[in-house]
Design a protein. Structure first.
Length: 232
């Protein structure tokens, strides 16, 4: 709550639901800016509460502490970069077209400014603050992408359909192939790709990936199953 809302509660009143929702958005926006600008270790609850115009006591009515707030910030960023609910995902008449579209959407999300800033923060501070990795691991964006890609690979009609285990494993590899190198370039390890280069990258990577799937034998019974959700 803001200072005015704190005073209202002290007088026995309660803020409206709309006011509470606005405050929640304000806290998360301020916290996002603090975390991504200053880092996790250098960001304090006191500074966030002060910037939001609220007391620490009111803050702790909403969040148990900094790890819980960071988890909420991560969830907010994931929601921001994922396609809107009304955007169709499985669009295309061929496996290549469908995967190329999915790959483009995934790369667009991975290269969003806040996604890159969050990536930098995790890499820089996760050794000191393991709770950062825990906050990211609770998000299901990657698992949802793996499931969607695996569905395409299990049901494709223009090439060999993969078994569920193999499709899940292959889906995880597809995400790595699409995202890893362009993301590394965007993080400063080279010259970032232009939009045209990104589209070309997705197209060629999809073609290479499906070529590998077409000639990839299913694992034998003595090979351990490998889940796509645990690939690096």
């Amino acid at each position: 709550m803001t200072a005015a809302e704190d005073r209202q509660r002290a007088r026995g009143g309660r803020p409206s639901r709309a006011a509470a929702e606005r405050l929640g958005e304000k806290i998360l926006e301020i916290a996002t800016d603090f975390f991504l600008r200053d880092g996790y270790g250098s960001t304090s609850i006191e500074a966030i509460a002060q910037a939001a115009g609220m007391s620490k006591r009111t803050f702790y009515h909403r969040y148990d502490g900094k790890p819980a707030l960071f988890a909420a910030v991560v969830a907010r960023i994931v929601d921001e970069i994922r396609p809107p609910p009304d955007v169709p995902l499985l669009v295309g008449t061929t496996s290549a077209a469908i995967l190329e579209r999915l790959g483009g959407l995934m790369l667009q999300a991975a290269l969003a400014p806040r996604a890159l800033a969050l990536n930098r923060l995790i890499v820089a501070e996760s050794a000191r603050f393991p709770e950062l990795v825990a906050a990211v691991s609770t998000q299901h964006g990657r698992a949802e992408a793996v499931a969607l890609i695996a569905q395409v690979l299990r049901t494709r009609k223009d090439g060999p359909a993969l078994s569920p285990d193999t499709a899940e494993f292959a889906a995880g590899q597809f995400i790595q192939m699409i995202v890893s190198w362009p993301q590394r370039l965007a993080l400063g390890l080279g010259t970032p790709m232009t939009p045209a280069e990104q589209a070309h990258w997705v197209r060629r990577t999809t073609r290479l990936f499906l070529g590998g799937c077409d000639g990839w034998p299913e694992p034998t019974a003595d090979e351990p199953a490998t889940s796509g959700t645990t690939s690096p």
